[in-house]
Design a protein around this ligand. Structure first.
Ligand code: HEM
Ligand code: HEM
Length: 163
């Protein structure tokens, strides 16, 4: 496999689509939390489109994550910036794989809770949502860190593509 110089257009579109879908899962989380609470108490709630959106959005995230993983394994990713210290290269690599893993685990635990009524899966889902938030926070802070300290614009890597 030849190492690509850029992410492909598909990789970039999928990256931003997942980022937007994940943001929506957190912003509109109250409806699914209320629906789950009601389910646990044996109550029924009127139809709420935001509950459906959480379930469909989560399923879509899982599909996009699998697609991204296939692309990442088949096509690869551009090598990290040359001036990046080795330890940071390893950390970035681990953070990327951790995000894929946590996103997939969030979707699977969500599906198990919702369709299987598994309480332990809902508890894991609640824990994983915090882990993902921490990973994404570090991931986003890495952008200005690269720009200001290492003087390289990694943001360009997720904007400019080559197939
Ligand atoms: C839920 C939100 C996000 C997730 C789960 C996520 C996940 C990832 C993953 C897994 C990669 C590795 C590349 C790949 O395999 O496709 C990546 C790369 C990247 N992400 Fe994100 N990302 C998110 C949000 C953001 C945001 C908000 C920004 C910018 C403010 C950003 C900037 C970047 C950049 C610049 C790269 C390229 C890094 C490199 O190749 O060295 N990401 N992201
Ligand atoms: C990566 C995808 C997903 C993300 C980022 C995500 C995120 C979240 C967040 C932030 C909450 C709010 C918890 C709270 O603070 O009350 C939540 C709750 C919940 N989600 Fe997801 N979710 C995802 C996928 C799914 C899927 C696919 C399903 C079901 C098909 C699902 C079902 C649930 C359920 C049942 C709850 C309520 C759990 C509780 O309140 O204890 N989620 N999710």
């Amino acid at each position: 496999m030849t190492v690509p110089t850029h992410y492909s257009a598909t990789q970039i579109v999928l990256h931003w689509a997942v980022a937007a879908l994940v943001a929506a899962q957190y912003i509109f989380k109250d409806s699914i939390a209320a629906a789950w609470d009601a389910f646990r108490k044996g109550q029924t709630l009127p139809f709420d489109p935001l509950v459906l959106a959480h379930v469909v959005g989560g399923g879509l995230i899982l599909a996009f994550v699998v697609w991204r993983l296939v692309l990442r394994l088949r096509r690869g990713a551009p090598p990290p910036p040359e001036n990046e210290p080795t330890v940071l290269k390893s950390l970035a690599h681990m953070a990327h794989w951790a995000m894929y893993l946590v996103l997939a685990a969030l979707s699977v635990t969500g599906l198990l809770a919702w369709f299987g009524g598994v309480t332990a899966a809902a508890q894991a889902h609640n824990l994983l949502k915090v882990v993902l938030l921490l990973l994404v926070a570090v991931h986003v802070l890495a952008v200005p860190f690269h720009l200001l300290i290492l003087k390289n614009n990694v943001m360009q890597r997720m904007i400019r593509y080559a197939n």
